[in-house]
Design a protein around this ligand. Structure first.
Ligand SMILES: CC(C)(COP(=O)(O)OP(=O)(O)OC[C@H]1O[C@@H](n2cnc3c(N)ncnc32)[C@H](O)[C@@H]1OP(=O)(O)O)[C@@H](O)C(=O)NCCC(=O)NCCS
Length: 123
């Protein structure tokens, strides 16, 4: 289940964020988390399963669009459908917005959106 990020979970969030290819440098990582802390348009969610936080999805909220800026799943839980689940929950929590990818998240987000379109298509 997705939970809104709180400062108390900063270390966990930074650990998950660091799986993004462009977030390997500590300074970059600190800047990114600061952005989610300070800019109201930037929203971060953590995916909790039982007692563990094992996924993260971060978005920039525009007027009618949600741009997925970051998405990552703990390596020991990949391939279990959590990435897709997070995108689905994000869409359900933000029904008034269209989900879009940025350049960095495009390969996975486009895959999720295409699969959703196919599933929604009338037979
Ligand atoms: C991308 C990521 C979040 C996917 O999470 P996940 O929980 O393993 O994904 P799911 O189990 O929901 O989906 C798995 C499917 O996505 C595909 N997939 C995994 N990573 C992908 C990627 N970077 N681009 C496109 N497709 C990807 C898998 O091949 C699999 O396809 P299938 O359903 O046809 O077999 C995870 O691999 C990750 O944290 N990667 C590191 C961070 C990253 O690179 N984020 C940006 C991704 S563009």
């Amino acid at each position: 289940m997705l939970n809104r990020y709180k400062k108390a979970y900063e270390k966990i969030a930074m650990g998950l964020l660091s799986f993004m290819p462009d977030e390997k440098d500590l300074k970059v990582l600190q800047k990114t988390i600061q952005k989610y802390d300070s800019e109201t348009a930037w929203e971060l969610y953590l995916y909790k399963q039982e007692d563990d936080y094992i996924g993260l999805i971060g978005v920039e909220k525009l007027e009618s669009e949600l741009i997925v800026r970051h998405i990552s799943v703990d390596p020991s839980h990949r391939g279990e459908g959590l990435g897709k689940q997070m995108v689905q929950e994000l869409a359900e929590l933000n029904k008034a917005y269209d989900i879009k990818a940025c350049q960095l998240t495009e390969p996975f987000i486009e895959k999720c959106l295409n699969e959703k379109k196919e599933a929604d298509m009338p037979i």
